[in-house]
Design a protein around this ligand. Structure first.
Ligand code: 6YU
Length: 496
């Protein structure tokens, strides 16, 4: 088919769209990518000789219904355990149960028994937070507001006989769970996550798994099946001009930063929501309809960063999968630090332990979200190493602990991403996600249909913030064009 299609962005959603279009016989597909590489937020790096993920980490819910799982299986990229029916059947509601080690800021190891009362209370209230979406209520409240008021109420009742020290320790634990949620949701604070839309996110069965040779191998496999030369790298798109009505001209013209212009029948825009928010006024001419602009503003996009730390030997238990750091001097329920410069690292909730040890040695991945993690990005690697060293020494009580290597991600200052991933902001509803994926011109217009289409993780109605969500949106927009041409085949446009 000759329709000319330009895809903006060569992340997994753009690649998936191109795949589907080319498989269906479209021959005139081009991807414009701002950077020198494919993969976007799928990015594998190295810590010494160890393969580590700078961006996406896991296949969330690796089972038959997950397209990333099916692709990874097809290309032979997974460890045998990930492929077992038992692994695929595990349903933990998106929260894998990891073997924890707990440390407090006074250098004391905490026990699971000490931790459980706070964990149980938090899990119960968090589950209740998810119920508002199906009831269509509470658009103005935030998950943070709800969690805080419910926990304060329940703690006053259930912990009334608990001594002050234990109570303050439990509040520190609750705060740790909030900081953990900030990482999961990619937000600065749970006060920014809309209560009414929180439950829109859906999980798939399957115990989260990783790519032993790195997530980017999936990108390499997919790219090897696309025609060579389909991607123009280092080609940032400055503006998508649409609704061109001049006779004999294509309806869309994509203008790059270097001034080069590409005319097209259709453009699929896959830039991250963070980029879209920042460049909204310049990226489209004419501007997007107001309802779409408002939805882009209402949806949230925040930062979740990683700090990898390698040690010569483990200071955690054999079998430990997550190290939880609890500040024992926090009497308020808060998930933000008061003084960024002095205490940004208090936002780091802990570390996941890279497994198996034979592959990774003694490498931890620290998780930190929000403005604190954006501030971390501005520090030198030596400063980050110094702060992390002080932190682990304090929590273990071992003044000799010294990391061998440190590597951190910097997603906020990446000009093509401007953060990590999307979440439903306050005032957000399912309609905003519908608006995000709506192609232009809007329904009812007399102009040529499907000029500008939208894909990317932030346009999936229930798998936003994930790789599988991004894949499905690429396929969705390709299918939209495929069915358009299969139902209107006599008027297939000819290339210029
Ligand atoms: C997942 C995971 N994961 C950690 C971290 C990050 C993300 N995700 P892309 O950005 O890839 O592509 C767009 C391209 O456009 C890009 O190449 C740009 O350079 C280009 N571009 C931009 N501007 C341009 C211009 N002007 N012109 C031309 N080109 C331009 N997902 O499944 N498992 O473990 C994680 C994680 C640190 C940063 C993740 C994870 C998110 C995915 O990485 C992401 O969704 C996709 O890669 C996006 O692909 P794309 O094509 O859309 O964009 C309860 C509940 C709560 C709900 N949340 C649940 C949490 C689930 C998320 N978990 C994430 C966790 C981690 C650790």
């Amino acid at each position: 088919m000759d329709a000319k299609i330009v895809i903006v962005g060569c992340g997994i959603s753009g690649i998936s769209a191109a795949h589907q279009l080319i498989k269906s016989g479209f021959q005139n597909v081009r991807i414009l990518e701002s950077t020198s590489r494919s993969g976007g937020r799928i990015k594998t790096g190295r810590l010494g000789d160890k393969v580590v993920e700078i961006g996406a980490n896991w296949i969330h819910g690796p089972s038959e219904g997950n397209p990333v799982f099916r692709l990874a299986r097809q290309y032979g990229l997974l460890d045998p355990e990930a492929l077992t029916p038992e692994n695929q059947a595990i349903d933990c509601g998106g929260t894998p149960v990891w073997v924890p080690n707990f440390f407090s800021s006074s250098g004391r190891r905490l026990t699971l028994e000490e931790y459980m009362p706070a964990q149980e209370m938090f899990d119960k209230v968090l589950n209740e937070s998810s119920e508002f979406a199906s009831k269509g209520g509470e658009p103005t409240a935030s998950v943070g507001d709800f969690l805080r008021s419910e926990i304060q109420k329940q703690a006053a009742e259930e912990w009334k006989d608990v001594d002050a020290k234990t109570r303050s320790l439990r509040l520190g634990m609750i705060n740790n769970m909030l900081k953990q949620q900030c990482c999961i949701n990619g937000t600065h604070s749970m006060d920014e996550v809309g209560l009414g839309a929180y439950g829109l996110y859906k999980t798939l069965p399957g115990l989260d798994c990783t790519f032993p040779r790195g997530y980017e191998v999936l990108i390499k496999n997919l790219m090897s099946e696309l025609p060579s030369g389909i991607v123009s790298y280092n080609r940032p798109v400055r503006c998508v001009h649409w609704n061109n009505t001049e006779r004999g001209e294509k309806p869309v013209m994509v203008e790059c930063d270097d001034g080069e212009k590409f005319s097209a029948d259709h453009v699929i825009v896959t830039v991250p929501l963070g980029y879209l928010k920042k460049h909204l006024s310049a990226l489209f001419c004419p501007p997007l309809p107001l309802h779409k602009q408002h939805s882009i503003q209402r949806l949230g996009f925040g930062t979740n960063n990683k700090i990898y730390v390698e040690f010569d030997s483990p200071w955690w238990d054999d079998g430990c999968e997550v190290i939880v750091l609890v500040w024992d001097d926090e009497d308020e329920i808060v998930d933000q630090v008061p003084d960024l410069q002095r205490s940004w690292l208090k936002k780091l909730f802990g570390f996941t332990v890279l497994k198996p040890t034979e592959r990774y040695g003694h490498v931890l991945c620290g998780w930190i979200a929000g403005h604190e993690s954006e501030y971390m990005e501005t520090l030198s690697e030596q400063e980050v190493t110094h702060c992390v060293t002080q932190l682990v020494r304090r929590f273990t009580g071992n003044p000799a602990l010294t990391p061998r290597r440190v590597l951190r991600s910097q997603w906020f200052h990446n000009p093509w991403t401007c953060g990590s991933y999307s979440f439903p902001g306050k005032l957000c509803s399912a309609q905003d996600l519908e608006n995000m994926m709506e192609p232009l011109p809007s329904k009812g217009s007399q102009a040529q249909p499907l000029q500008v289409l939208f894909a990317g993780e932030a346009t999936h109605h229930c798998y936003y913030s994930t790789v599988h969500g991004a894949v499905l949106t690429g396929w969705r927009e390709a299918d939209r064009l495929i069915s358009h041409y299969s139902s209107s085949s006599p008027s297939v446009p000819k290339s210029n």
